[in-house]
Design a protein around this ligand. Structure first.
Ligand SMILES: *Cc1c(COP(=O)(O)O)cnc(C)c1O
Length: 365
């Protein structure tokens, strides 16, 4: 039995007719960029979250870049972010010439709220909250710190579409919140895509202008912008998927619960979900106490695919050599990078495959 880490074919086949109808409608319409499908997806996505505005963009990274830019965060400013964030989170900060200040994660792999205050300086302007692996961060503490120090909050919800803290959806806490619709994300398109959401009309209008070369009136340019538009085809397909997101999430939850209930091996720590938080299981990440390489090789031999999210923390990447950080600066972040492992979890994953993964893990010594 060959079990891939992920397979996007099944989530397409589940609603194939609807996707094909939507795609054909766009292809036949003669209008492919910034049209009625982008506007209607923006309205539907904002309504789904219960926020006032959503702006479709070309990627999650662009969403982050434009969020910090619109908040006026740049050279000389510091942004708090967790050490084990995805590289794009950090690039969203540094593309604006601001400095990332890393905080160690908590045992849920999210920003540890108890370690934020000691990192706040006069230069701190914002907290970037990354709801990693699909679990909502502990927003009660984070928002009260932000309020106390008058900091902006940007949420990175690229992995957390639909996850909640205290019953409130991620993407509704911060000033400007960012989503990715990369195909493998829980609300994934069939190509690249992203969005920002906000309750602030000025922010939304600014980002609409920036995504289109800095232009609101055709061929008149107010600022040096980007080309970062969500296209009509992706928007139409996302509208279809958004309607089914709760079913898709429930299916992943079922797989995760099967794993949590049945995986029993002393060398594996299963993922924990914080009280008051929910997880939408973008990834199912275990902590391997012993030799991770040995477990990966064993699973490979049994034709079970795994991926490490992420093997190298941003502060140790070549890209961020200029920050002059070294191994040992973020011990917990580095420990996670050395020990985490993501198990196969995807929509349409057969129960027999889940049970095979469980069986092989339980047999592992
Ligand atoms: C995927 C991802 C991004 C980047 O999104 P893209 O659409 O690939 O640019 C940013 N942050 C996190 C946490 C992600 O998982």
């Amino acid at each position: 039995m060959k079990i891939p880490f992920g397979d996007l074919k099944f989530q397409f086949e589940a609603y194939q007719n609807e996707y094909e109808t939507a795609a054909l409608e766009v292809l036949r319409s003669g209008w492919y960029v910034l049209g009625k499908h982008v506007s209607s997806f923006e309205t539907e996505f904002a309504d789904y979250l219960g926020v006032k505005h959503a702006v479709g963009l070309a990627s999650g990274l662009d969403a982050l870049i434009l969020a910090f830019r619109t908040l006026g965060i740049g050279r000389g400013d510091e942004v708090i972010v967790q050490g084990n964030a995805y590289i794009a989170c950090v690039m969203g900060i540094t593309a604006n010439k601001a400095k990332p200040v890393f905080v160690e994660p908590d045992k849920y792999h999210n920003l540890n709220p108890d370690l934020i205050e000691e990192k706040i300086t006069k230069k701190t302007k914002a907290i970037l909250v990354v709801h990693l692996y699909g679990q909502a961060s502990r927003m009660d503490k984070i928002m009260s710190i932000a309020k106390k120090y008058n900091l902006k909050v940007v949420e990175d919800c690229a992995q957390s579409h639909g996850a909640k803290f205290n019953g409130q959806l991620t993407g509704t806490f911060g000033d400007i919140n960012c989503f990715s619709f990369y195909p493998s994300k829980n609300l994934g398109a069939f190509g690249d895509g992203g969005a920002i959401v906000t309750n602030n009309l000025q922010y939304a209008e600014h980002i609409k202008m920036l995504r289109n070369y800095g232009s609101s009136i055709r061929y008149y340019f107010e600022e040096v912008g980007l080309n970062s538009r969500l296209d009509e085809l992706q928007a139409a397909l996302l509208s279809v998927k958004l309607k089914h997101l709760s079913e898709l999430t429930a299916e992943r939850e079922k797989i995760a619960n099967n794993y949590i209930k049945s995986i029993k091996n002393k060398s594996i720590t299963l993922p924990l979900v914080a009280p008051d938080a929910t997880a939408i299981w973008h990834l199912f990440v275990i902590y391997v106490k012993g030799d991770r390489k040995k477990l990966i090789d064993y699973l490979n031999k049994n034709e079970i695919g795994t991926v490490i999210h992420y093997p190298q923390p941003p502060h140790l990447s070549q890209a961020y050599e200029y920050l002059k950080m070294k191994k040992g600066d973020l011990p917990l972040t580095e420990d996670y990078a050395d020990h985490v492992l993501s198990l196969p979890i995807y929509n349409g994953m057969p129960k027999s495959h889940q049970d095979f993964v469980i069986k092989k893990l339980n047999e592992y010594k």
